[in-house]
Design a protein around this ligand. Sequence first.
Ligand SMILES: [Zn+2]
Length: 352
Amino acid sequence: MDKDDVVRLSEKIAAALGQAAARPWLPTPVRPEPRVATPGALPPFAGSAQQLPDVAPVRRPSGTPHHRPDYPAMVVAERQAAAARGPSPLPSGSAAGAGRAAPARTTREVPIGVSARHLHVSEQDFRALFGAGKAPTPHRQISQPGQYAASETVTVAGKGGRLAGVRIVGPARGRTQLELSPADCRSLGVAAPVALSGRLEASAGGVTLEGPAGQVALESGVIIAQRHLHVAPADARRLGVADGDRVAVECGPTGRRVTLHDVLVRLGPTHATELHLDTDEANAAQVKTGDVALIVAASRAAKPTGRRPLLTERHVAELAARGEKVTAGGPWLLTPAARDRAKALGIWREET
Ligand SMILES: [Zn+2]
């Protein structure tokens, strides 16, 4: 190919490009719809679903260059100063932060979630209540991952009275379970036992669920939910609890302060740390969802369940963000990816 050939070829290419320029080379990119694993769940890239402990770790890994400020030490000094226990670490004259010390969270504080009366429903019963081919519609996320309050509600009729607008909590379960407060039981005229969710052996019946498409008479499945504390794997060590333990928690404002005993600890890979009380318990202590309770005592399970939480990559990131270590023999089962992540974050220890 000589020089003229190259020129002719480039002219041909230019002509072809000129034709092509009349229409777009590529279709305009379209942002795909996010894939959502569970109905109503946030997509993994939604801002509120993201955690960035790797990007902004609280503690720095070892090998911090000496010219960098020691952030943890600065934070400690700042908190001391804010609590009037030391000089301000800020340049002289600066009053930034004065009088607005962050409320110190003790290691044994847990958030409270108040459960109003609600219904877990089997697929079969849901169809009987709302019509063939129907399934619960997610209305609002609730604190425990994967569960949601559905748009659908039912009326519960007992021999003593009726309760309208009882919310369905999805997704559908194997067995229908109605969770009431003691006050609800009185107004319905049903003698339900205190039981743990899913343990329906002694549960009561004698109520009728009324939906727009039909009714379901419950012969069992009515309980007063035993107060319990969900614990996320990453929080088990901080709180010093294991699955099956019973703890006592203190909550409520001055004048209404109560200690609740017999709070069962439930630990699981998909749990979010939260103390679940019913509306009667919450009203007695005058607390609401989002308030804080303090674990004041714990007793080990008489027969340890031996259930160890499964620690995933996300849990490891949470631990790293709090400056905690992950040990090989810790009170958990580790996924291989979680172990790799712990090693990558420099918080892995072979021995306790
Ligand atoms: Zn719960």
